[in-house]
Design a protein around this ligand. Structure first.
Ligand SMILES: Cc1ncc(COP(=O)(O)O)c(C=O)c1O
Length: 450
């Protein structure tokens, strides 16, 4: 696949950018329109965003759209592709497994070796079970905690995302106080009963610790994204250690949702990076090497809940595709590669740090409000003091215009604005990103938007 060249962009107007984009994405637009006849929901179904971009192929740090435009990718499958798109070891392993078949009902030998890799990443993961997504993993971890403790409530942090099941789609209502977020369901269809089983906590706020202590008798577990996908701040070690100590004091189960951070922030995830361990950990994304996976892992006495569901404290878990050979094979080859090439973490963290410093320095020197917040290889540009923007991409404000200009200069930033670098990204790519971001900021200012 041909690589994207950094196109020279003259200072221009938003209108030109919108026209240019429309002209070079005709096939994607047709696809977007045809899809509405049968497929609902751009975000849920495909993660596309307005303006419509549909992918034809991807490789390394790039993807090509239906119209043949090539983009430098910063979304990397929502953080999945730590090794880049279609890494050779994974593709080779998948081809070999395809030649053997992709049976489902019986197990082959691949699961054991994979489980041992998960265990070696965090040796306190004494037992491991497989499911298909991060959503399933957090659902099972919560169910297990409830079964083990006989208690119903879960404490979760305000803007943390733990998947699409009812029990975690609870967010702070807009304008609610920082120390006592008012719970609001993310979309309709979540019952009051489900809502009442969640204690919503302010992330990294002392009030969270007080609330956990106050609800100790009702809490089955405390669930935390050790580094938040929506605000990837790096200096969270102290907070995680405090949470660990509190859960130890109160005898509460601490669940780390490492679906995003596992095998991305370090081979041992956030727990290795910060030296704080969880009782139960959920994995997904990178752990599946690009194919769907969910993993729940943890201390043996807790993981015993995943056994006989008719026994006391046993839970039901299952799934036709759980632990399927293709996902396990992709995950196993990815983890093996990461395990034997730990220098990848220095590489992706170093690139992200250079990007963060370069961008923030430029932005400050030129009086822009935008800045990058990053942790390891997770990063996000914020325009308004870490306030999450809408999934707005159409240039109605400075932020929307910025992303539109980036897209026209060959840099794809997904509408969630969550970005990740991978082993396939290079120093040159960081130079390209800095050049494109700086140019886009100037264009936004030239348009009088920011
Ligand atoms: C921290 C975290 N937990 C859980 C999930 C849900 O994973 P999945 O999309 O595989 O269901 C996500 C997905 O973004 C996530 O970031």
């Amino acid at each position: 696949m041909a690589q994207a060249a950094v196109r020279d962009v003259q200072v221009g107007y938003l209108e030109n950018a919108q026209r240019e984009l429309a002209a070079r994405t005709m096939r994607s637009q047709r696809m977007a329109s045809d899809r509405t006849e049968v497929i609902n929901g751009a975000m849920a179904a495909s993660g596309t965003c307005p303006p419509p971009i549909f992918v034809s192929q991807n490789e390394g740090a790039y993807f090509e759209d239906l119209d043949g435009n090539v983009y430098l990718d910063t979304c990397m499958g929502f953080g999945v592709h730590v090794l880049g798109h279609r890494p050779r070891p994974v593709e080779d392993a998948l081809r070999a497994q395809l030649a053997k078949g992709w049976h489902l009902s019986l197990r082959g030998e691949e699961q054991l070796a994979y489980a041992r890799l998960i265990q070696s990443a965090a040796p306190w993961n004494e037992r491991v079970v497989f499911c298909n997504t991060g959503t399933e993993a957090t659902l099972y971890a919560i169910r297990a905690a409830r079964a083990l403790t006989g208690k119903s409530k879960i404490a979760k942090f305000d803007i943390s995302y733990h998947g699409a099941h009812d029990g975690v789609l609870i967010w702070p209502a807009p304008g609610s106080p920082a120390d006592t977020p008012t719970p609001m369901s993310f979309g309709y269809g979540i019952t009051d009963g489900v809502m009442s089983d969640v204690i919503l906590l302010p992330y990294r706020h002392p009030a969270a610790l007080a609330a956990i202590a106050a609800h100790r008798d009702e809490l089955a577990a405390v669930l935390v994204e050790p580094v938040q996908g929506s605000l990837p701040e790096a200096d969270v070690g102290g907070f995680l250690a405090e949470l660990r100590a509190l859960c130890d004091d109160l005898g509460l189960i601490l669940i780390f949702d490492e679906v995003l951070t596992g095998f991305r922030l370090a081979f041992g995830g956030a727990q290795e990076r910060y030296g704080v361990t969880a009782d139960i950990t959920t994995y997904g994304k990178a752990a599946g090497g690009g194919l769907p996976i969910g993993v729940v892992a943890g201390r043996k006495d807790l993981m015993d809940a995943f056994g006989d569901f008719t026994a006391p404290k046993g839970i039901f878990f299952g799934g036709t595709f759980s632990g399927n050979p293709l996902s396990i094979t992709a995950g196993r080859s990815t983890l093996r590669h990461l395990d034997s090439h730990r220098e990848i973490y220095d590489h992706i963290d170093g690139l992200t740090a250079r990007l963060t410093e370069g961008f923030n320095g430029f932005s400050a020197r030129n009086g822009y409000s935008a800045r990058i917040v990053s942790c390891g290889s997770m990063w996000q540009i914020f325009f308004r003091n870490e306030v999450l923007s809408d999934f707005e991409y159409e240039g109605k404000d400075a932020e929307g215009a910025f992303y539109l200009h980036c897209l026209n200069m060959g840099v794809f930033i997904h509408a969630t604005h969550r970005c990740y670098l991978s082993a396939a990204h290079t120093d040159e790519h960081v130079n390209q990103l800095l050049h494109v971001f700086e140019t886009a900021l100037h264009m936004v200012r030239a348009d009088g938007l920011g």
